[in-house]
Design a protein around this ligand. Structure first.
Ligand code: DAH
Length: 337
């Protein structure tokens, strides 16, 4: 037997008898390491004669391959062993990690209900950015520069002159800029004001804006649409009241109050929305931006409204403090799951 074969058999015996991974690694170093005894034969090859060299070369290959395979096999065995030991130590009587199922935020639930009703009435969803130009938020909506809403104390301005929109009425303008009449859209979204934060005021709140533009639209259409909406949302015995008011972008303008037994407020009138007939000056501003006279105020009329979603959710669910919506307290949120 060639000494290389003896060396190989010796290595295989040692590997087979290695009690653990450490012993196995020691065997690898001893035979196949840089200065291992099998590796040493590789060095020796150069000094061998022409005839001996191929024979030793083949034996060396066989020894290396055989020993490497044996090392791998034994290592795999150790791995499998430690895995099954780890599994054997698992206590299957321990409780698992629960996956909690979340639920929709009460404001989202409120929005979904309201949007569902308007969609059945044929309103499409419209959208616009929270960070707005002053023009979309005020000028285009016939709100003069000296209007108190434009005061720095009332609005969040960015250094570049843009602002966080104070109402979703901006989407009226964006919708008319990009599409001709007839228009029938609602725009749910966040609005921002620099209010002193308390139980009924928050720097961020939510509105649904509505805009309807067509030929021969009248206050009767506005009243009919919103009465239908509130009856669907709060029940058929809900009373709806239109109170004359002032908004720069509508003429005439109304505030809308509701009274319903479905509400925690009971027999009390609750102010819930602003509304009115789109002011001709708004159509003129849109025409100027579009560079045409698509929204000819002699031809088109429309109504618009803005609903406060936080307030609606508060009176519908009996939530006493608007700050609860943003505090992420599970004791609060779970009540609406
Ligand atoms: N933008 C008003 C607000 O935030 C609400 C409003 C009033 C919207 C009348 C309208 C409207 O579209 O016609 O207080």
């Amino acid at each position: 037997m060639h000494p290389l074969e003896q060396l190989r058999d010796e290595a295989l015996r040692e590997i087979a008898g290695a009690p653990d991974e450490k012993a196995l690694e020691a065997a690898r170093v001893k035979y196949l390491g840089k200065s291992g005894s099998i590796s040493a034969w590789g060095e020796q090859m150069k000094s061998l004669g022409k005839e001996e060299r191929p024979i030793v070369g083949q034996l060396l290959n066989e020894a290396r391959n055989g020993v490497t395979a044996a090392l791998e096999e034994r290592a795999a065995k150790f791995r499998a062993q430690s895995e099954s030991e780890a599994l054997a130590n698992i206590d299957i009587s321990l409780p698992g990690t629960p996956h909690e199922i979340g639920s929709l935020h009460p404001l989202t639930q409120m929005l979904d209900r309201a949007i569902g009703i308007f969609r059945r009435m044929g309103f499409a969803l419209a959208d616009g950015p929270d960070i707005e130009t002053e023009w979309h938020c005020f000028d285009a909506l016939n709100t003069p520069p000296d209007h108190p809403a434009r005061n720095e104390q009332d609005t969040f301005y960015l250094p570049d002159g843009r602002l966080l929109r104070t109402h979703t009425s901006t989407v009226q303008i964006r919708t008319m800029e990009s599409a001709p009449p007839p228009i029938r859209v609602i725009a749910p979204g966040a609005a921002y004001r620099r209010d002193e934060v308390d139980a009924t005021h928050s720097a961020q709140f939510h509105q649904i804006e509505g805009l309807y533009v067509d030929e021969n639209v009248s206050v009767a259409d506005l009243k009919g649409a919103l009465e239908f909406f509130f009856h669907e949302l709060l029940g058929p015995d809900t009373a709806v009241r239109f109170r004359p008011h002032y908004f720069p972008f509508t003429e005439p303008s109304f505030e809308i109050d509701v009274k319903s037994r479905a509400l925690k407020s009971g027999e009390q009138w609750i102010e819930i929305a602003g509304s009115g007939m789109v002011h001709p000056a708004v159509f003129e501003e849109v025409n100027q931006a579009r560079g045409d006279d698509t929204y000819d105020p002699e031809k088109w009329t429309g109504y618009a409204f803005g609903l406060g979603m936080d307030r609606l959710a508060m009176i519908l669910f009996g939530i006493p403090d608007i700050r609860f919506f943003a505090q992420n307290d599970l004791r609060f949120l779970r009540q609406f799951a």
